[in-house]
Design a protein around this ligand. Structure first.
Ligand code: HEC
Length: 182
């Protein structure tokens, strides 16, 4: 736009003395046409630029809010809806073995805290999905779960990921239920 004004000024500066009415009119019309073209092009560009992010934003928000929606009842992980049925004694025994190898150093079976909270009553406090998700996916849940964040503040240790298989997790859950049924 500035170049148009500059050109007009330039013309007037050089030809100003001898300029007649018709030349003046021609310059003026030329200038107006140039401005119209320039402004049309400009607004087209803006619309294009505005349209792209406007479509992108709601999509991104939907995705983000979808991912961020944390369910404090079920936690977060691969166990969305489980039907655990009655305690399987063989599984509970397998769970006890895993407990002794991988969990006992930090968890007592009473309600007494060691490094982490005691397990007594945990299956009454938390849904099966929450426990199964937490023991197989502790990092993500420690970042999001309000109860775990309170425990973390009290224990000052982040529970490590023990790379449990689904089978290991179900066995430990049955062992915890057996412990609570006592
Ligand atoms: C290095 C210590 C450590 C080990 C090993 C450990 N945990 Fe933990 N656990 C913790 C801590 C600490 C917490 C409390 C949350 C936090 O600070 O991370 C916790 C919390 C828990 C909770 C939640 C308890 C509640 O009352 O809400 C469960 C369930 C659990 N652990 C299961 C297990 C299982 C199953 C294993 C073995 C496969 C295990 N933990 C191994 C330290 C440990």
């Amino acid at each position: 736009m500035t170049w148009v004004i500059y050109k007009i000024k330039y013309c007037i500066y050089f030809y100003g003395r001898n300029i007649n009415y018709s030349t003046m009119k021609k310059i003026f019309l030329l200038a107006v046409t140039a401005m119209l073209f320039a402004s049309c092009g400009g607004s087209d560009d803006t619309t294009q630029k505005e349209r792209i992010p406007a479509e992108g934003v709601p999509k991104a928000l939907t995705n983000e809010s979808g991912q961020n929606a944390y369910d404090p009842e079920k936690g977060e992980g691969r166990f969305q809806s489980v039907d655990v049925g009655p305690i399987n004694v063989a599984k509970a025994t397998m769970g006890k073995n895993i407990y002794e190898m991988k969990c006992q150093s930090c968890h007592k079976l009473t309600d007494e805290k060691l490094v982490g909270p005691g397990w007594k009553g945990v299956t009454n406090r938390q849904k099966a999905e929450w426990i199964l998700n937490f023991i197989t996916n502790p990092d993500a849940m420690l970042d999001k779960d309000p109860e775990l964040q309170a425990q973390l503040e009290a224990c000052l240790v982040r529970m490590p990921n023990q790379n449990l298989t689904d089978d290991n997790a179900y066995a430990l859950y049955d062992f915890m239920r057996q412990n609570d049924a006592k």
